[in-house]
Design a protein around this ligand. Structure first.
Ligand code: SAM
Ligand code: SF4
Ligand code: SF4
Length: 344
């Protein structure tokens, strides 16, 4: 692993190093994706945070610096919809100036990207992932609560490409009987435009999406279906802990990735920590109890105290939800953190 500051990353109980940090900058969103914050029956339980509850940019930057001192080399901004956070380019500027950051990325639904892509690029953002579940506008809207149009996201992607973000990653959550029949169009679009499509198995994140195993399209099946139309070859992982299983187009014109958290869990190499908008540290996407870093920050904890708490939390980490899913689903447990509170 390439650690510019020669920092030996801390390790959890299974020896997994701390490598990535995902920071949720806002829990609100301008879409209502059915797999994340479905609009129909759960809007009352969103319980969005009030502005004073959000971590400030100074708090986020201070924490990021401490995480870097413990081994983190990759930062990703997420949400909710991160482009809704006022002044986001300022945060990007502050984070990109930190020494030891090899990669600074952002995941967005792309609706506001046309307006912000150039400014984010100038501020030092290195990579962009844009979510787009279908090119078919009717299906796209059905999946996002009838809020945004595919054309808006496509315009955002184009603006990002013009601003210099290449290659752009496109995230697509695949739901059986909903958008699976349109994936091939997305593959062709990404192949032609030079984007890296990542097809994500629909996951049981949070407590509101009514997830059922029958709605998941296993990546292996999907790869076979795509492979019948466009010839694919398996590619090696770039690095240990890469979550996407990579396939190249046989004609050499690019690649796609499959994120198979349900059918092929990758907990054994999971090296990601996550901070929610209100400053809680989670060591698993499916966690239900976070370590309250905001409280420590606002009570005047020193960097050393914060570093110790973060290190202890990671060193005690035993999470492997996806490997234990079938068992954990059957046993009662407290409500999980919602995807829109913690980011993907
Ligand atoms: N709003 C931004 C977006 O949608 O790109 C960033 C936050 S969103 C929570 C991050 C990623 O999580 C998105 O790519 C989204 O598709 C993915 N995601 C959300 N809920 C999911 C679920 N139930 N299963 C799989 N992926 C999910
Ligand atoms: Fe919003 Fe992203 Fe969740 Fe969709 S997946 S509702 S765009 S936060
Ligand atoms: Fe990591 Fe938790 Fe996902 Fe496993 S279930 S890969 S531990 S976030």
């Amino acid at each position: 692993m390439n650690c510019p500051n020669l920092i030996n990353p801390i390790r959890d109980t299974f020896g997994r190093p701390l490598h990535d940090l995902r920071i949720s900058v806002i829990d609100r969103c301008n879409l209502r994706c059915n797999y994340c914050m479905p609009a129909e029956d759960s809007h009352k339980s969103y319980n969005f945070l009030k502005k004073p509850e959000w971590l400030t940019f100074a708090e986020i930057t201070r924490l990021a610096k401490i995480f870097i001192s413990l081994g983190v080399v990759k930062l990703r901004l997420t949400g909710g919809e991160p482009l809704l956070r006022p002044g986001l380019p300022d945060l990007v500027r502050q984070l990109s100036a930190l020494s030891g950051v090899e990669d600074l990325a952002l995941t967005t639904n792309g609706i506001l990207l046309s307006e912000l892509a150039s400014e984010l690029q100038r501020a030092g953002l290195k990579r962009l992932t844009v979510s787009l579940d279908s090119l078919d506008d009717e299906i796209f809207r059905r999946m996002n609560g009838n809020k945004g149009h595919a054309s808006e996201v496509l315009a955002g992607i184009e603006a990002a490409q013009k601003a210099g973000f290449t290659p752009i990653k496109i995230n697509c959550v695949v739901q059986k009987g909903v958008n699976d029949h349109t994936i091939i169009h997305l593959v062709r679009y990404c192949k032609k435009a030079g984007h890296i499509l990542r097809l994500i198995e629909y996951m049981d994140v949070g407590n509101q999406n009514g997830w059922r195993l029958e709605n998941v399209v296993p990546s292996r099946e999907l790869a076979e279906v795509i492979g019948r139309k466009i010839s694919l070859v398996r590619l090696n992982a770039h690095y240990r802990g890469e979550v996407a299983l990579r396939y190249g187009f046989a004609d050499g014109s690019g690649e796609i990735g499959f994120i198979s958290s349900v059918t092929q869990p990758f907990c054994s190499t999971c090296n990601r920590a996550r901070i929610s908008t209100d400053g809680k540290l989670y060591t698993c996407l499916f966690g239900w109890k976070g370590t309250d870093l905001r409280k420590l920050l606002r009570e005047g904890a020193s960097d050393i105290e914060l570093r110790d708490i973060i290190a202890q939390t990671w060193q005690k980490r035993e999470d492997r939800y996806s490997e234990l899913r079938s068992k954990l689903i059957q046993n009662p447990h407290p409500p999980k953190i919602e995807m829109f509170q913690i980011g993907g």
